[in-house]
Design a protein around this ligand. Structure first.
Ligand SMILES: Cc1ncc(COP(=O)(O)O)c(C=O)c1O
Length: 370
């Protein structure tokens, strides 16, 4: 039985009756740019993240880029993880900053905060923790480091909408604590649009107003430009789709957690494989269910042969990307990030995965590593 890594057609089948009329209402309105659905989605996301502001934009990449542009002077250093999607560091670079990489915590794959503290220099302006695979970085530690050293925090929440972490006895949402939280609505994300889309959240009303200006060429008033921004809006059609899907996010994230728990239980006695540990303070949203395996290539070959979708996120760390050669990093410098690139593989964990499909994945993994 083939099992895809992600099945968006299966998801569409469950929401067709809600999403098609919502989309058609947006079409009937013919308000394709900044129609009412955009503001409604912004309110709903601000509610979910418990932030004062939510500002929609064209992609998760822009949701990182616009706040970094607002914060950075040329050459400012920004500390981040080398084990993430390229956009995290690409946005720093495109905003005129210099990415400074530190190694990851091997258990959670997230930024090692102690090493981040050691990397702070007088040129450091911000930290970009990435909530990789849907599990939050230890934000209480990131925020206290940032407060002690006077740094901004841009949370890369692209993979973590709805994720939360218990801090001092209370739940804190991804995006709630940072100076800005950046979300992606790329179709494969836990909350995915039917194209590109993104959202910035912040508690800072002035910064929120500035981000609103930056997404429309830096002007609050039409044809009046206080600073140079760009065109980075979320289409009304995408907002209409996302509003419908947002109502299902909690149930979808719960289904992902249930699949993850079943996998982790089924793999507990496998010697050659390490299931992804969840930090006890976190509620993981399993954007990816990513195991470590010393015989990764063998496992990938067995999964492929059985028609089971899998992927390696990410096969090359960012400090070794050719475009960053000028930053002067070398192989071996971030041993944990580099080991992760050799060992990780993500398995199907989408909400609509059926029980027989999940069992098929489990059986195939167990057979491959016997
Ligand atoms: C960690 C991370 N950061 C940033 C992005 C960029 O988001 P987008 O593809 O919407 O530009 C992504 C998504 O692909 C991501 O996974």
């Amino acid at each position: 039985m083939p099992v895809p890594l992600l099945d968006l057609k299966a998801q569409f089948a469950t929401i067709r009756d809600e999403v098609v009329p919502a989309l058609m209402a947006a079409v009937e309105s013919q308000q394709f740019i900044m129609g009412p659905a955009v503001g409604e989605l912004e309110c709903a996301v601000a509610g979910l993240c418990r932030t004062r502001e939510a500002i929609a934009c064209a992609s998760g990449t822009d949701a990182l880029l616009l706040p970094l542009k607002a914060m950075l002077a040329p050459g400012d250093e920004v500390i981040t993880s080398p084990f993430t999607f390229f956009a995290t560091a690409g946005a720093v670079w495109n905003a005129g900053g210099r990415p400074v990489f530190v190694d990851i915590d091997p258990a959670t794959f997230n930024l090692d905060v102690e090493q981040a503290g050691d990397a702070v220099t007088p040129r450091t302006r911000a930290i970009v923790p990435v909530h990789l695979y849907g599990q939050m970085a230890p934000m209480e530690r990131v925020m206290s480091l940032a407060a002690a050293r006077g740094l901004a925090v841009v949370e890369d929440c692209a993979q973590a909408i709805g994720a939360r972490r218990r801090i001092e006895g209370a739940w804190t949402m991804a995006g709630e604590l940072g100076t800005v939280g950046a979300f992606s609505f790329f179709p494969s994300k836990n909350l995915g649009a039917w194209g590109d889309g993104g959202m910035m959240v912040t508690q800072d009303a002035d910064l929120g107003a500035r981000l609103r200006r930056l997404r429309t060429h830096g002007g609050a008033k039409q044809y009046h430009h206080d600073e140079v921004g760009t065109n980075s809006r979320l289409d009304t059609l995408q907002a209409a789709v996302l509003k419908v899907k947002l109502a299902h996010l909690d149930a979808w994230n719960r289904a992902r957690r249930a699949h993850a728990a079943a996998y982790t239980e089924a793999f507990a006695d496998l010697d050659g494989l390490t299931p992804p540990p969840t930090d006890p303070a976190n509620e993981h949203t399993f954007h990816q269910y990513t195991v470590r395996c010393g015989r990764r290539d063998e496992l990938v070959a067995a999964l492929k042969a059985a028609g089971i979708g899998c992927a390696v996120y990410y096969p090359k760390p960012l400090h070794l990307q050719p475009c960053f050669a000028g930053l002067g990093y070398r192989a071996g410098q971030f041993a944990e990030a580099e080991r992760a690139t050799r060992e990780v593989v993500s398995l199907p964990v989408y909400p609509e995965l059926t029980r027989p499909q999940r069992d098929e994945v489990i059986d195939t993994v167990r057979r491959a590593l016997r």
